[in-house]
Design a protein around this ligand. Structure first.
Ligand code: ATP
Ligand code: MG
Ligand code: MG
Length: 550
């Protein structure tokens, strides 16, 4: 395999395989099940699963579940479904850091016996004070020199539930003067009298993320433990544990730049507050940058994977223009989505030279290049076109539009000519009279008077009313995250508008999550949950062109 695009991690793996340093690459994607995955996680998923796929290795899905109070089964299920939806397959069963709690506990005893861990009774406030600052060394805890026996006894009492939460913690004995704050006797275990979604009430002490992560990697034989740059300072600690414990393997940590997208927040905590404050309808609201939100919006797995390839993997935390993501989505749908017709602002056209009750079935391909099958479109005496496609007066500016005495082609159907129109009291055109030009199905009129343009339309009798959910960006500020004020202050009040449209009958009948280009309107998807043949619901995925942006 060769390295695709700009991806320094893939390069490292390629070299490690070539030099024989490893014989097979093993990576992992390690989410904490405390929320839904977002677009940033998609980058990490594409990277971890992508390199495993690319180099014939495997990637594990491991839940880093060391904070039971914040985690739950709903998040576990959603995360698995998101990874699968993106098209990736993890190796074997899903894994849980919590299934290593026994090993981690034994290793904690090992550190205590080696004089490398101690039970500390400092309160959190005191511990913070003793920790020092970036410019000032920390001070040793008064409990640092407890004997091995005392520490073993106290840790056993912690485990047995004999202390209250916060009464004490187990800490590694490393170096309170280290310039790296993470090495100033970090916490290994804290008391949490919480029920755990996997281990139930077996434990009342839980290991910290730092103490859990590297050892879990080692137990799973992970070769390349890839994480975001904020963990760079944790790497010496990651390595300290691996070299001070009898672990079965020596994984290596590599850091890459996290994805930040403008006009978006990518922090589970902030996304959760959007959900909790009912700013959106849920984690999978189509405006959310969550994987399930983007899915519901109509983004495709391929578009997200292409986007991740486009942005590459580097060692800097840049801000990515959300237009790049939108481009990837539009490009994929442009190439792959079937075409269909939906009229949003209907104007009735009566084709007067057709008999009352005329009903003809026209077969139309779903795509002009790909073989996506075809559907039948009912053609009747009365049809709807878009109000904007009719002009009372012909002009150069509107030369592709319908106007009195002018001809237009109804997409996939005949050429018609406008013969007259009616207005309401307010002066709006409410009806157009027209005549059908014979023998124009798929060919130009015999008299040589060609139609000026092609418009989308639906049968007035047979079209089905559909709810259209038109989405725009959730935030109207490029960096809602990084401004002084509260990110909630930058919500776009127009991020959702609901309108009615009329769709061809065949489109109403499609399954949920069917993507379309509604010709001349935009890319839409039938809603994953609310769409039915009787009450069709389509979400606007993205506009047709960049200048008509979200
Ligand atoms: P958040 O900061 O949004 O709460 P997290 O980092 O706490 O996310 P985890 O569940 O711990 O979320 O993340 C799982 C993996 O996804 C980690 O390896 C993490 O580095 C990676 N990840 C999270 N956010 C991003 C991002 N914005 N870009 C790239 N990778 C990310
Ligand atoms: Mg995390
Ligand atoms: Mg986080």
């Amino acid at each position: 395999a060769t390295v695709r695009g700009n991806n320094f991690i893939a390069k490292i793996i390629e070299d490690d395989l070539a030099s024989g340093k490893i014989s097979r690459v093993v990576t992992r994607f390690p989410p904490e099940p405390n929320g839904y995955l977002h677009v940033g996680h998609a980058k990490s998923i594409c990277l971890n699963f992508g390199v495993a796929e690319q180099f014939g290795g495997v990637c594990n899905l491991r839940f880093d579940d060391t904070n039971p109070e914040k985690e739950n089964q709903e998040f576990i299920d959603a995360i698995q479904s998101d990874v699968q939806w993106l098209g990736f397959k993890w190796d074997g069963d899903v894994r849980y850091a919590s299934s290593y709690f026994d090993e981690l506990y034994q290793w904690a005893l090992h550190l205590i016996r080696e004089g490398k861990a101690y039970v500390c009774d400092l309160s959190p406030e005191q511990a913070r004070e003793f920790r020092g600052t970036l410019t000032e060394a920390g001070k040793d805890s008064p409990f640092r020199n407890r004997s091995v026996e005392e520490n073993l006894a106290l840790f056993e009492k912690m485990r047995a539930g004999e202390f209250d939460e916060g009464a004490c913690v187990l800490r590694a004995k490393i170096d309170m003067a280290s310039s790296n704050m993470n090495l100033r006797d970090p916490i290994l275990y804290r008391i949490r009298k919480a029920h755990h979604h996997q281990t139930g009430d077996k434990w009342c002490i839980y290991p910290t993320y730092d103490y859990t992560h590297g050892q879990s990697d080692a137990l799973e034989g992970v070769t390349h433990s890839v994480c975001t740059l904020e963990f760079e300072d944790h790497k010496p600690l990651y390595e300290w544990f691996l070299s001070n414990l009898p672990v079965p393997a020596q994984p290596k940590q590599y850091e890459f730049g996290r994805l930040n997208l403008d006009y978006t927040v990518t922090s589970k905590r902030k996304l959760k507050s959007l959900v909790d404050n009912k700013v959106v309808t849920g984690w999978d609201d189509p405006r959310m940058p969550t994987i399930s939100g983007m899915r519901r919006r109509g983004f495709t797995p391929r578009s997200l994977r292409n986007f991740c390839d486009m942005i590459g993997v580097t060692r800097s935390d840049g801000m990515v223009d959300v237009a790049m993501l939108e481009h990837a989505v539009r490009d994929d749908l442009n190439h792959n989505a079937p075409r269909g017709m939906c009229v949003i602002n209907p104007l009735k056209v009566v084709i007067e030279n057709l008999p009352e009750g005329h009903l003809e079935s026209l077969s139309a391909a779903y795509h002009h290049e790909l073989d996506l099958g075809s559907r039948d479109i009912p053609f009747t005496r009365e049809v709807f076109i878009d109000q904007d496609d009719f002009k009372e007066e012909y002009s150069k500016k509107f030369k592709k539009k319908f106007a009195p005495g002018k001809r237009i082609r109804l997409r996939h159907s005949y050429v018609i000519e406008a013969t007259g129109y009616e207005k309401d009291e307010a002066g709006s055109v409410v009806l157009v009279r027209a005549k059908l030009i014979e023998n124009t199905l798929g060919v130009d009129p015999e008299d040589g008077d060609k139609p000026k343009g092609v418009v989308h339309w639906v049968s007035a009798d047979k079209a089905v009313a559909a709810e259209l959910r038109l989405y725009q960006r959730l935030f109207n500020h490029a960096t809602p995250d990084k401004t002084d004020g509260d990110f909630m202050g930058y919500l776009n009040p127009e991020s959702l508008s609901v309108v009615q449209g009329l769709v061809e009958p065949a489109l109403a009948a499609v399954a949920p999550e069917t993507h379309f280009q509604f010709e001349r309107e935009g890319y839409f998807v039938s809603d994953r949950f609310d769409h039915t043949a009787d009450k069709p619901v389509f979400n606007l995925t993205i506009g047709l062109r960049e200048d008509k942006e979200l």
